[in-house]
Design a protein around this ligand. Structure first.
Ligand code: ADP
Length: 220
């Protein structure tokens, strides 16, 4: 394979972006950049920035664009994760963020925007059962827990329900997905960058579908 792929994975909350982006990152040896994970890590450390982001996250609101874009811009420093191959997870989430991403990527643009498509009734079920490692963010489900007593199989961290996976916050996030994030699909379609991948089914099957489209479109 030649140049490393430069990807973003779009999709509703619970579509499997985080799980699949981590697998894509390992498969292609590229950086996994999750804005949600970055904010949660900062919040866990109790930094002023993290605590501010947490207020928005726990309410199911979007973190304001200028904060998110600032975080992404930091990833473009020389040697930073946006310099080589990468998979963005949870960014962009507004049309403004998509435009800003094009600006910060200037000379080395995205190869592909992948819409991981899952019907709302299925994501609601997934999120209700979702449990996440507070340390490394690995995602589990009540039906597919870690081997030992809710400690993470990867790092031994505590596996818990996310503070923003309450029914109220989830409904708000899905509403914001429709109004703020869905318009991005048209933006990428117009730039001939959009592919849709069916996100329903076994994780391994979804991953195979993803690798197929990336190999076809982005990893020439
Ligand atoms: P989910 O996709 O289930 O909402 P994430 O971990 O991707 O989970 O995001 C969690 C929260 O972090 C969001 O609800 C939002 O508050 C904040 N966030 C993450 N990425 C962005 C972004 N690009 N723009 C604004 N807010 C964001």
């Amino acid at each position: 394979m030649g140049r490393k792929p430069r990807l973003t994975v779009l999709g509703k909350q619970g579509a499997g972006k985080g799980t699949q982006a981590a697998r894509l990152a390992a498969h292609y040896d590229i950086a996994h950049i999750s804005t949600g994970d970055m904010f949660r890590a900062q919040a866990a450390q109790g930094t002023a920035f993290g605590l501010e982001a947490k207020r928005f996250m726990d309410a199911g609101e979007l973190v304001p664009d200028e904060i998110v874009i600032g975080v992404i811009e930091e990833c473009t420093v020389p040697g930073g994760p946006l310099g080589g191959g990468f998979v963005l997870d949870g960014f962009p989430r507004t049309l403004n963020q998509a435009r800003e991403l094009d600006r910060v990527l200037a000379g080395a643009p995205l190869d592909l925007a992948i819409d991981l498509e899952v019907p709302t009734e299925i994501v609601l079920d997934r999120i209700a059962g979702r449990r996440v490692c507070e340390n490394c963010q690995r995602v589990y489900h009540v039906n597919l827990p870690p081997t030992h007593d809710w400690t993470c199989d990867t790092c031994g961290g505590p596996v818990r329900q996310r503070a923003d996976d309450t029914e109220e916050a989830v409904m708000r996030r899905l509403e914001l997905y429709e109004t703020e994030t869905r318009p991005i699909l048209d933006y990428y379609r117009a730039h001939d960058l959009l592919v849709t991948v069916d996100g329903v089914g076994e994780g391994d099957d979804v991953f195979e579908r993803l690798v197929k489209v990336v190999d076809e479109h982005a990893a020439a």
